[in-house]
Design a protein around this ligand. Structure first.
Ligand code: DC
Length: 335
C-alpha cells in the first residue's frame, strides 16, 4: 500500500470553491502518481477550522471518487497557521514511490516539494518589517536575511575606524578591506565583521544614523547587494530592507512594503530599545527616524520606495498577528 499526501487552499469558504479545489487536488494526485481511480482504497481529508461550507469528502464523491471510502475531519484552530486549507491523505492499493502534491497557497507548506521562493519586505524604520519577516521565515521554514544589519555592520566598521560615513572616498577605501559574513545560529542571523560577531552592537542610535549615511554610497551598496543576491539565489528566504523589491530582487515572488505613521514607528522603536535596556529619549528617537526616512528616501541610488508591484500595508493600527495574516492572505491569493 502507498500513502500519498496533499493539500490545497481555497480563496473563500464557499461550497463551489471547496468542490473545485478538491477536484483539482485529487486529479493532480492521480496524474502525478499515475494511479487509476479503482486503485484508491480510501481518502481522508482534514480542513482548517475556518472552513464550514461543505464537506471535502462530499466534494470528492461528486468529483467521481465513488469506489473508495471517504472521510473528512476538522482541524483545531492554530494561531498563525495557514488558513482556508484542505489536507488530504490517499491510501492506494499498489506500492509506488509517492509523489505528494501541494497546490495553491499550500505550496508554502512544503517548500521542499514546490521549489524556491523569495519574499521581499521593504519599509522605513519601525514599520514592523523585521518582526514580520522573522515570523514569516519561521512559519515557512525559510531563511530570514536582515539586510539592514549588513549596512549597520559597515557603519560600525567606519565608526570604529574613525571614518566619517559621509566621506565617500574614505568609505570606499574602507570597503576594500571589509570582511562581512552572515551566519545562522538557532535560526537567528549573526553578523560577523572581520571575523567577530557584532550582532549585539548594531542597534544603537549612533550606528542607525551612520548606517543610513553610509548606505548612500555606491561602493557600499554594490558590495551588499551582491552578497544579498548570492544568498537569495541559493535559498528560499525573506529579506527585509529598503530596496529589496525595487533593486536587489526585482523578480522576488512576493513583495510587500510596510508603512506606519512616524509616531507609531518611534513608539515601537522606543519600546524595543528600552526593553533591551537602552536609555533613549522618545523625541530624539522620533527625530532620528524622521532624519533617516528623509535620507533613505531621497538618496540617488536605490532609495526607499515601494516597488510598483509591491503590496503596501499600513501597519499603524494593526497588530503583528493582523499584519502577518494580511501578508499570508495576499500570498495565498497570488499562488
Ligand atoms: O532596517 P534598518 O533600520 O536596520 O537599516 C539601517 C539603515 O541601513 C537604513 O537607515 C538604510 C540602510 N538600508 C538600506 O539602505 N538598504 C537596505 N536594504 C537596508 C538598510
Amino acid at each position: 500500500m502507498t500513502v500519498i499526501r496533499g493539500a490545497t487552499t481555497i480563496a473563500e469558504d464557499s461550497a463551489d470553491e471547496i468542490r473545485s479545489a478538491v477536484k483539482e487536488l485529487l486529479e493532480q494526485i492521480e496524474n502525478m502518481n499515475s494511479i487509476r481511480r479503482d486503485e484508491i482504497l480510501s481518502i481522508v481529508f482534514s480542513s482548517t477550522s475556518d472552513i464550514h461550507s461543505y464537506y471535502p469528502a462530499k466534494a470528492a464523491r461528486e468529483a467521481g471518487f465513488e469506489s473508495c471510502s471517504l472521510f473528512s475531519a476538522q482541524e483545531p484552530e492554530i494561531e498563525g497557521g495557514l488558513g482556508l486549507c484542505i489536507r488530504v491523505m490517499l491510501f492506494v492499493e499498489k506500492n509506488i514511490p509517492p509523489r505528494h502534491v501541494y497546490l495553491r497557497g499550500a505550496r508554502l507548506l512544503r517548500k521542499d516539494l514546490s521549489g524556491k521562493m523569495n519574499i521581499a519586505i521593504d519599509g522605513p524604520a519601525g514599520s514592523g518589517k523585521s518582526t514580520i519577516a522573522k515570523l514569516l521565515a519561521k512559519d515557512y521554514h525559510i531563511l530570514y536575511l536582515d539586510t539592514g544589519a549588513m549596512y549597520r555592520a559597515c557603519a560600525l566598521k567606519a565608526l570604529r575606524s574613525g571614518v566619517d560615513p559621509d566621506n565617500e572616498a574614505q568609505v570606499c577605501d574602507l570597503m576594500r578591506t571589509l570582511a562581512l559574513n552572515v551566519e545562522y545560529a538557532d535560526g537567528c542571523q549573526r553578523t560577523l565583521l572581520d571575523g567577530t560577531d557584532v550582532s549585539d552592537e548594531l542597534r544603537t542610535p549612533e550606528v542607525s544614523m551612520a548606517a543610513s549615511s553610509i548606505s548612500r554610497h555606491e561602493c557600499v551598496r554594490s558590495k551588499m547587494v551582491e552578497k544579498q543576491r548570492e544568498i537569495a539565489a541559493k535559498l528560499s528566504c525573506v529579506l527585509d530592507g529598503r530596496d529589496i523589491g525595487t533593486c536587489v530582487l526585482p523578480d522576488a515572488d512576493f513583495k510587500f512594503f510596510l508603512t506606519a505613521s512616524p509616531d507609531v514607528r518611534a513608539a515601537r522603536r522606543f519600546d524595543e530599545m528600552t526593553a533591551k535596556g537602552y536609555r533613549v529619549d522618545f523625541e530624539e528617537l522620533r527625530r532620528e527616524i524622521m532624519r533617516r526616512d528623509e535620507q533613505d528616501s531621497t538618496r540617488a541610488i536605490a532609495p526607499l520606495r515601494p516597488a510598483n508591484d509591491a503590496v503596501i500595508i499600513d501597519t499603524s493600527r494593526l497588530s503583528v498577528a493582523e499584519v502577518l495574516a494580511a501578508i499570508k492572505q495576499k500570498m495565498q491569493e497570488k499562488i
